[in-house]
Design a protein around this ligand. Structure first.
Ligand code: PLP
Length: 472
C-alpha cells in the first residue's frame, strides 16, 4: 500500500478554495453588491488560449478568483434585491460542498442509494412543510423553469391521452392540439416550457389578470370556448407583485369543464406563503392542483441550481419521461432519472436535506416571515415618501415601485427609473432590477435572503434616495 493516493493531490486545491470561500462568505455583508464592469473588461480579464501544459490546481483556483472577482455579484448576500434570488444558508452551503465532493449521480438508484433516498426524504419533508397531499410524486429539479417543464410534460401527457393519443410515444405531429390557458401574467419560464414541449409559447390562450390575479370570468369564458381536455396554468406568486390566482375558484372552474383540465400551478416562490398564518390562505386549493413547480434556490435558500416539482398523477409523469436501454436495466427500485428530462443528475437533495434538518419548520417560517416583514417595511416607507410611489400592494415579498419626484414630468419617469436602477447597481450598496407594471417603468425589490435584516433595508432605502437625489 502506498502512502499517497492521486486523490491527495486534491487537498491543496481544496484548501485554497476553502480559504477563498471562507473569506468570501465572511466578507459578504461588506462587499459591494456589484461593481460596474463591461463585457470587454470581463473578456480581457478571463479570456486566453487553452493551456497546453496546465498548472498547479490550487494556483488555477486562485488565479480564476483574482481575475474574475470584479464580475462576481454578491447575489447571495443580504442586499441583493434583484429578480428573485435567494441566499445560501450555512447548512445548505456545507451540504452542497459535500455533494460536489462525493459526486454522486442521483439519477440512478444503483449508482447511489444514499442520494436517491435522501432526495425522497427531502421531497416528503417538503410535502410536510407545505402541507401538500402526501400521495403526490415529487422530483428534484434544477429550477422552477425545469419544474414547470416537468409539471407541464405530465400535463401534456395526460391531456394528450384524454384526446386519444400518447404525446411521448406518438409525438405531436398530426395530432389534435393541446389547448393551454393562463392569465397574461404567466411567468416567462412557463412559456419557455411550453415552447420546449412543442405546445407553443404563442399558441397559449391568455386571459386578463386584475392586479396580477387571474380574472375568473375571463377564465370561465376561455374554458367555455375550449372543447375537451386542456391545461390551465395558474400563478401562486406573480413575479412583479407576488399576487396569487384564487386557486380554489380556479380549481372549481377546472372541475366543471367537460373533458377535464390539468391544473398546473407555478409556485416558484409563492408556495412559501403557506408557512405564514396570515398568508397561507392565498394557497387554499393548491391541493386540487395536478402539478406544482417550486424553486429551492429562491426561498429555500439552497445554492444554485435547485427546484422541485410535485405531480398528482405518477403515471402521467413516468409516461412522459420513461426510457430504457440494455446497459441500464430496470431495477427493483424506480430511478429518479425516469421521472425527469435528464438521466445523470447532481445530488441536489443533500444541501436541501442539511438545510431542512438544520432549520426545521420553525426556522423556515421565521426566514419567510423576516423577508415578508422587510418587504412590508420598504412598502411603508415608499407609501410615506413624496418622491417614491408604490405601484402594487406588497402582497408578499416583492415591492414594485417607482421614483416619481415632484417636478419631473410623467413622460420622463420611465427613463429616470431606468437610470436610477443602473446608478444604484453601480453604487454597490444594494441591487434592484427593473420591470414594467401597469404600463409604467418600475423598480422591483424582492426579499428572499435568510440574512437580510431591517438594517439592510435601511441601506437600500438610503441608496435609493441619495442616488435618486443626485440624478435630478
Ligand atoms: C413565478 C416564477 N416562476 C418561475 C421562475 C423561474 O425560476 P428559475 O429562474 O429558477 O428557473 C421564476 C423566477 O423568478 C418565478 O418568479
Amino acid at each position: 500500500m502506498t502512502d499517497k493516493t492521486p486523490y491527495q493531490d486534491s487537498l491543496p486545491a481544496l484548501e485554497r478554495a476553502w480559504k477563498l470561500a471562507s473569506a468570501y462568505v465572511a466578507g459578504l455583508p461588506e462587499r459591494p453588491v456589484a461593481q460596474p464592469v463591461t463585457p470587454e473588461e470581463m473578456q480581457a480579464a478571463l479570456d486566453e488560449p487553452l493551456a497546453e501544459s496546465g498548472c498547479d490546481p490550487a494556483a488555477a483556483v486562485e488565479e480564476w478568483f483574482d481575475r474574475a472577482e470584479r464580475g462576481i455579484v454578491a447575489s447571495s448576500g443580504p442586499r441583493f434585491f434583484g429578480y428573485v434570488i435567494g441566499g445560501t444558508t450555512p447548512a445548505a452551503l456545507a451540504g452542497d460542498w459535500l455533494a460536489a465532493t462525493i459526486d454522486q449521480d442521483a439519477g440512478l438508484w444503483d449508482a447511489t442509494p444514499a442520494s436517491v433516498h435522501t432526495e425522497l426524504v427531502v421531497l416528503r419533508w417538503l410535502k410536510e412543510l407545505f402541507d401538500l397531499p402526501r400521495a403526490w410524486t415529487g422530483t428534484m429539479a434544477t429550477s422552477a423553469t425545469h419544474a414547470n417543464l416537468i409539471g407541464l410534460a405530465a400535463a401534456r401527457q395526460w391531456t394528450g391521452q384524454q384526446r386519444g393519443f400518447d404525446p411521448a410515444d406518438d409525438g405531436l405531429g398530426g395530432q389534435p392540439a393541446i389547448p393551454v390557458i393562463s392569465s397574461t401574467e404567466i411567468h416567462m419560464s412557463a412559456r419557455k416550457s411550453l415552447s420546449t414541449l412543442g405546445l407553443g409559447r404563442s399558441s397559449l390562450t391568455t386571459v386578463p389578470a386584475t392586479d396580477g390575479s387571474v380574472d375568473l370570468d375571463a377564465l370561465q369564458a376561455a374554458l367555455d370556448a375550449t372543447d375537451g381536455a386542456c391545461i390551465v396554468i395558474a400563478n401562486a406568486g406573480e413575479v412583479n407583485t407576488g399576487a396569487f390566482d384564487p386557486l380554489d375558484a380556479v380549481a372549481d372552474l377546472c372541475d366543471a369543464h367537460p373533458g377535464g383540465v390539468w391544473l398546473h400551478v407555478d409556485g416558484a416562490f409563492g408556495l412559501f406563503a403557506r408557512l405564514l398564518a396570515d398568508k397561507a390562505a392565498n394557497l387554499d386549493g393548491i391541493e386540487r392542483a395536478n402539478s406544482v413547480a417550486v424553486d429551492a434556490h429562491k426561498w429555500l435558500n439552497v445554492p444554485y441550481d435547485s427546484g422541485f416539482a410535485f405531480v398528482s398523477d405518477e403515471a402521467a409523469l413516468t409516461n412522459a419521461f420513461r426510457s430504457s436501454a440494455a446497459y441500464i436495466p430496470e431495477g427493483d427500485y424506480p430511478d429518479p432519472g425516469a421521472q425527469v428530462p435528464e438521466m445523470s443528475r447532481r445530488f441536489r437533495g443533500l444541501p436541501a436535506w442539511c438545510a431542512l434538518k438544520a432549520y426545521g419548520r420553525e426556522g423556515y417560517a421565521a426566514l419567510v416571515q423576516r423577508c415578508v416583514d422587510n418587504a412590508a417595511l420598504l412598502g411603508r416607507w415608499i407609501e410615506a415618501s413624496d418622491d417614491f410611489e408604490l405601484l402594487a400592494p406588497v402582497n408578499l415579498n416583492i415591492v414594485c415601485f417607482r421614483y416619481a419626484p415632484s417636478g419631473v414630468s410623467d413622460g420622463k419617469l420611465d427613463d429616470l427609473n431606468r437610470r436610477l436602477i443602473t446608478a444604484v447597481q453601480h453604487d454597490g450598496r444594494a441591487f434592484v432590477t427593473p420591470t414594467t407594471w401597469g404600463g409604467k417603468g418600475a423598480i422591483r425589490a424582492a426579499f428572499d435572503n435568510w440574512a437580510t435584516s431591517d438594517a439592510d433595508v435601511e441601506i437600500l432605502w438610503a441608496a435609493l434616495n441619495e442616488v435618486g437625489n443626485e440624478l435630478i
